[in-house]
Design a protein around this ligand. Structure first.
Ligand SMILES: [Zn+2]
Length: 428
């Protein structure tokens, strides 16, 4: 019996060590972390689809004197009702389904009577994703205190405790960054004499699609293309784009030298309708714009494509780098795959040099690179740019909850790294 026990014990230890090796033995210390890039079946069709219209309104409860409203750009609240005197439910519906789960919510609350309320956040065609952000003016935001926030992963809901009073609370999945805020930012930026703005067309609902051009030369040696906000809730990607562009338009010697050699084109807001409608993913026609870069069924993608092609044709210089800003659960760079038919893939090598430079500037930051998803035949913007301009083209994703200061630091230094890389390239 003792021998049998001993054999069993050794066998158990052997299996345990085998499992340990399998799990940890082959992984490097810097594993790739995959983002939330799953497309539910049917969500990639880009012809117009029905959407569920959101009713804009203010709801009041006469007994408890609680008021709630979604009547502002970016607002999202489909239903709101009382469960008991201190517990309410807020329901958010996706604009249509199937849809990638980016369950956006955004509404305002107030009450003439100071009181604590509990709120259950419920979703149709999605589950709770974003840690709530609070603001008293719609501009300065703070993340909800973790002691007032509980996620129920079984029911895909979350419950929050809020102190409401006369001062209106803005309660939102992420900070609000609506079309008007973009237009103001663009106006401010274009006060610089080397920044020009131009309307390149209108969205399906008539909102301006604006292009920014940053350059201090009539004869650029090459072009850099930057686009963003195809997906409405991806606010952290929008922040990164803003810091990135501000570094290129900044006062540093490097930026000045860069602008005297190159032209940067930025289309920061590709989906203004979706952003202002509080959509989870799609434009006003219910379509994921970043799956429309083969068929170009949507007005917004068509206008952006034509604008980028026209600039290339008029300037008649190479496009050197393309970046599309997004957000997912973690910071990650989706890279256009290496062309395995080539021995020395210049496009891939350039991208890797850029990452190396970002690493050097941010020694404590993990540059998370994922080459597995980028299929050059896919219907995303980076694939179209890669195939059309034959240059590095990638998707730069920021984590939903990445520290805002860290976004500023890494995206500004990523812009510096790119400027250095391209200046070195023309000097060679
Ligand atoms: Zn996205």
């Amino acid at each position: 019996m003792k021998i049998v026990n001993c054999i069993m014990k050794n066998l158990f230890l052997f299996v345990l060590s085998l499992l340990f090796i399998l799990f940890f033995g082959c992984s490097s210390s810097q594993k790739s972390i995959k983002g939330l890039s799953y497309d539910p079946p049917g969500s990639v069709i880009t012809t117009d689809k029905e959407i569920e219209q959101q009713h804009k309104r203010t709801i009041s409860f006469s007994l408890t004197k609680v008021f709630v409203s979604n009547e502002f750009d970016g607002g999202k609240l489909n239903d709101f009702y009382k469960i008991n005197d201190t517990l309410y439910a807020a329901e958010m519906y996706a604009e249509n389904a199937p849809i990638n789960n980016s369950a956006w919510f955004s509404f305002k609350l107030w009450s003439p009577i100071k009181q604590n309320i509990h709120l259950v956040l419920k979703y149709k065609d999605g589950s709770h994703r974003y840690i709530p952000k609070l603001s008293y003016d719609g501009t300065a935001w703070q993340i909800i205190d973790s002691s007032n926030y509980f996620v129920d992963t079984t029911n895909n809901t979350a419950t929050v405790k809020l102190h409401v009073g006369l001062d209106t609370i803005w309660f939102s999945a992420q900070e609000l960054f609506t079309s008007n805020m973009y237009y103001k930012w663009i106006d401010e930026l274009s006060k610089k004499q080397f920044v020009k703005k131009e309307k390149i067309g209108n969205s399906a609902l008539g909102k301006p699609l604006v292009k920014i051009e940053i350059s201090e030369t009539e004869n650029p040696k090459g072009l850099v293309y930057i686009i963003g906000r195809q997906h409405p809730p991806e606010v952290t990607g929008a922040f990164a784009l803003k810091h990135f562009v501000e570094a290129i338009a900044g006062d540093s010697k490097l930026a000045e030298e860069f602008r005297k050699k190159f032209k940067t084109i930025v289309i920061p807001l590709v989906n203004p309708d979706g952003v202002d409608m509080g959509h989870w993913r799609h434009n006003s026609n219910g379509v994921d714009l970043n799956r429309d870069w083969v068929n170009f069924n949507q007005r917004e993608t068509k206008i952006v494509k034509e604008s980028l092609l026209k600039i290339k044709e008029e300037d008649n210089v190479p496009v050197l780098f393309c970046i599309d800003f997004h957000s997912t659960q973690k910071d990650v760079f989706y890279v256009t795959s290496k062309d395995l038919t080539k021995e020395d893939d210049e496009i891939y090598n350039q991208t890797m040099i850029w990452f190396e430079k970002i690493r050097e500037k941010n020694p404590d930051y993990f540059v998370n690179i994922d080459t597995s998803l980028n299929n050059p035949n896919s219907s995303t913007s980076d694939s179209w740019m890669y195939n059309t301009f034959n240059c590095p083209a990638l998707t730069y994703e920021l984590g939903d909850e990445t520290e805002r200061e860290s976004i500023k630091q890494t995206s500004s230094s990523a812009a510096e790294a790119l400027m250095e890389l391209l200046l070195e390239k023309v000097k060679r």
